[in-house]
Design a protein around this ligand. Structure first.
Ligand SMILES: Nc1ncnc2c1ncn2[C@@H]1O[C@H](COP(=O)(O)OP(=O)(O)OP(=O)(O)O)[C@@H](O)[C@H]1O
Ligand SMILES: [Mg+2]
Length: 319
């Protein structure tokens, strides 16, 4: 393992064999690596195999075959060292319900052998960072779902471990708390931690992750940084067009373009099209000449459109 890598996964496969049910290939030959100090995203729809990959990395389940290394340690051969290298927030919450927020953090710090002086300094910092300071004396059981989630992430960050794994850490957070949590994740990465996160929120991956893989049915269907993924041979552009007026003829024309997304509201049209740069320019000229445009705006489609497109392409290929 190269020592600039925090995670190395090679040809990882996990087949669950539930009783009286057919086996499930939850992870099917997945390979990726994560450089130290970066934020890495595992993206995919429900059941894609994200949590299973996380469970193998955190030694909670053994792989069926393939290799998984964390911080230079083999998840199968060196489970103890692997676990010592990482802090994880699992998709299912786990914490001391009957302890206050503060005591949850103190117990966690003790358990992870963080010296008391350091814990006393860092606990108020994370409480503040995650907007939990005012609730530090509240029992965990009395917290809202979103606050519990933040307490979980706060604990992982308190640990000071080189690798932090967050499985759907921001699910269920309101926009403001999501922002706070995302900022905290960024800050932690800038201090040198490696962060692996799973999400199906594409905008989140888009503004957080240095690199990401998209998995579907246990297989990687795309990988790279956000702009690389966007350039995967399927350029897609989102446009806002404002027409002088819109007739049935215009609507028909727009529909015939086979858009990934189309919304018409009075004379304003939001449309996402899979075309090259040149085709888009030509199309705008054409629309202006034929129907009369007052205004247009073009930008590369966001990850969500690309993602949906990749997944549906994959489905068609398998038919
Ligand atoms: N313990 C298990 N036994 C049998 N099958 C399982 C088990 N855990 C997961 N699976 C199956 O493996 C596949 C991948 O599940 P996994 O939880 O890894 O998906 P995920 O990408 O995390 O999805 P989500 O977005 O819903 O969290 C699914 O088909 C799931 O039903
Ligand atoms: Mg999951």
């Amino acid at each position: 393992m190269k020592n600039n890598l925090a995670i190395e996964v090679e040809n990882l496969t996990k087949i669950y064999t539930p009783r009286r049910k057919p086996p499930v290939r939850a992870v099917d030959g997945v390979s990726f690596s994560v450089e130290r100090g970066t934020i890495f995203g595992l993206l995919g729809p429900n059941g894609a195999g994200k949590s299973t990959t996380i469970k193998v990395l955190t030694t909670l389940t053994p792989p069926t075959s393939g290799k998984a290394m964390v911080n230079g340690f083999d998840c199968v051969g060196q489970p103890l060292e692997t676990r010592q290298s990482l802090a994880v927030v699992l998709q299912q919450n786990a914490f001391e319900q009957f302890m206050s927020v503060l005591n949850n953090l103190r117990t966690y710090a003790q358990f992870h052998h963080i010296p008391r002086a350091e814990a006393n300094k860092r606990i108020p910092e994370v409480l503040d960072q995650f907007g939990l300071y005012d609730d530090r004396h509240t029992h965990a059981i009395d917290l809202s779902g979103g606050m519990r989630r933040r307490l979980q992430v706060a604990k992982a960050f308190l640990s000071g471990k080189p690798v932090i794994i967050l499985d759907e850490a921001t699910t269920g957070l309101d926009p403001i708390n999501r922002r706070t949590t995302l900022d905290a994740i960024r800050q932690q990465a800038s201090k040198g931690s490696t962060i692996i996160l799973t999400t199906h929120l594409l905008d989140e991956a888009e503004d957080l992750c240095d690199r990401l893989v998209i998995i579907n049915d246990g297989k990687i269907i795309a990988e790279g940084n956000v702009s690389e993924i966007k350039r995967l041979g399927i350029p897609a552009y989102s446009m806002q067009l404002i027409f002088k007026n819109i007739e049935d003829e215009t609507r028909k024309y727009l529909n015939r373009l086979n858009p990934l997304h189309l919304k018409i509201n009075n004379t304003t049209v939001d449309i996402t099209l899979q075309r090259t740069h040149q085709e888009i320019l030509a199309l705008i000229k054409e629309l202006d000449r034929t129907y009369g445009l007052i205004h247009f705006e073009v930008h590369m489609a966001d990850l969500e459109d690309v993602f949906i497109n990749l997944l549906s392409q994959r489905k068609e290929d398998n038919r």
